[in-house]
Write a protein that binds this ligand. Structure first.
Ligand SMILES: [Zn+2]
Ligand SMILES: [Zn+2]
Length: 388
């Protein structure tokens, strides 16, 4: 489940040491040096500056750092494009190379940095959320996402169904309509952040010390506080209520699928958007049918004479019983395909098939008449064998 970063909005560089030498200069190679050139230059310099052999440890460290970046195709490309900003930030603590810009997003915009590429996975949240992109956008804190599981009958999963599920969740407050303010009450600028919605603090992060701008906790980033909160919801704008939620399950869902119902989660505080509702699908096993994607599987049992001579028999499908032709000479395990008797394909592109596996039931007990006929058959078979 996606989690949303709540606090960090903007990053300002605090620690801005001087830029060290260019990595290419450190290794004494041209910008277009091949991976082999880089390796050779590194080996030579590493030996020269190795502290165990009386070299300069600082110089050795520098050579090492340059090699770590330039020997890695991806890092090298990043370095060529953006300079040492990120590599160095990691190594020394502090973003560099964007002094003079008002904030990180301005710098990134000017440098053409793709946030998502550089930071994907690091914070587990949307980056637009974190770096107040677009300047001064109000922090949105939507309601919580909810998760439930529902269990369907086999045919409900095949054909789709609408389920009414009771769900307890926070909804907009009845009394104040979600605003959180008592009727007629006004709002005033938040005293903590003076209406800005954000406060600045210095934080230690994996990049070193930063002046971090966080959402003001007094006003939740709104910059305003309610002078007289709604009594019913204590200014929150939400109330707990159990509703019957109508969940429209589309045809063709499978066990393990999750439906996303946008805006069906909990209401956000003071009129902010609702979260989503995630519905996990379970399917009860069926006595006759199993399923793989849009194909339904079933079995049919016939007698040896039906297998030998062929016949018409009744087979169960999700649409009801149908007549199926058993061809003469059907073998045990043969599969018959019933076209269009499977699961509807998504986006209305017809239906899958049903595959019926034929089982032949060998009789364990025979009455006198049957025994005579089987013995007769056996004599014929023997004569046929002796002929050839
Ligand atoms: Zn209220
Ligand atoms: Zn505030």
């Amino acid at each position: 489940m996606r989690r949303y970063a709540r606090r960090v909005m903007l990053w300002y560089p605090v620690n801005t040491e001087c830029m060290a030498n260019d990595y290419y200069e450190v290794l004494g190679i041209p910008k277009h040096a091949s991976p082999d050139d880089i390796k050779r230059a590194f080996r030579k310099l590493a030996q020269e500056h190795h502290p165990d052999k009386g070299g300069d440890p600082e110089k050795f460290k520098e050579v090492n750092e340059a090699y770590q970046v330039l020997s890695d195709a991806e890092k090298r490309q990043q370095y060529d494009q953006y300079g040492r900003t990120f590599e160095q930030a990691r190594a020394q603590g502090g973003f560099q190379g964007f002094e003079g810009f008002r904030d990180f997003s301005t710098w990134a915009e000017a440098s053409g940095v793709n946030f998502e590429d550089l930071f994907s996975g690091m914070f587990g949240g949307g980056l637009g959320d974190m770096f107040g992109m677009g300047g001064g956008r109000r922090r949105q804190r939507r309601g919580r996402d909810l998760e439930i599981a529902i269990e369907l009958e086999f045919s409900e999963a095949v054909f789709g169904v609408t389920k009414a599920v009771p769900l307890e969740r926070r909804v907009p407050c009845d009394v104040c309509g979600g605003s959180g303010a008592a009727s007629g009450a006004s709002k005033k600028a938040c005293a903590t952040c003076k209406g800005a919605g954000r406060v600045r603090t210095v934080q230690q992060t994996i990049f070193g010390a930063f002046q971090v701008v966080t959402t003001c906790s007094s006003c939740q980033g709104e910059g305003q506080v309610i002078t007289e909160p709604c009594v019913a919801c204590r200014g929150q704008g939400t109330q707990l209520r159990t509703d019957e939620v109508q969940i429209a399950v589309p045809a063709g869902v499978e066990a393990g699928n999750t439906l996303e119902l946008t805006g069906q989660g909990e209401a956000g505080e003071r009129g902010l958007p609702s979260g989503n509702l995630y519905v996990h699908i379970r399917v009860r096993p069926h006595q006759l049918f199993t399923r793989e994607g849009t194909t339904i599987f079933s079995r049919i049992v016939i007698t040896p004479t039906q297998a030998v001579l062929g016949d018409r028999v009744i087979a169960a499908t999700v649409d009801g019983d149908v007549e199926v032709k058993i061809p003469a000479g059907t073998q045990p395990g043969d599969q018959l395909r019933l076209r269009g008797k499977g699961v509807p394909r998504s986006h209305g592109f017809g239906r899958g098939d049903q595959v019926v596996t034929v089982m032949v039931d060998i009789p364990r007990k025979l009455n006198r008449k049957q025994r005579e006929r089987w013995e007769e058959l056996q004599r014929v078979e023997k004569e046929e064998r002796e002929k050839t």
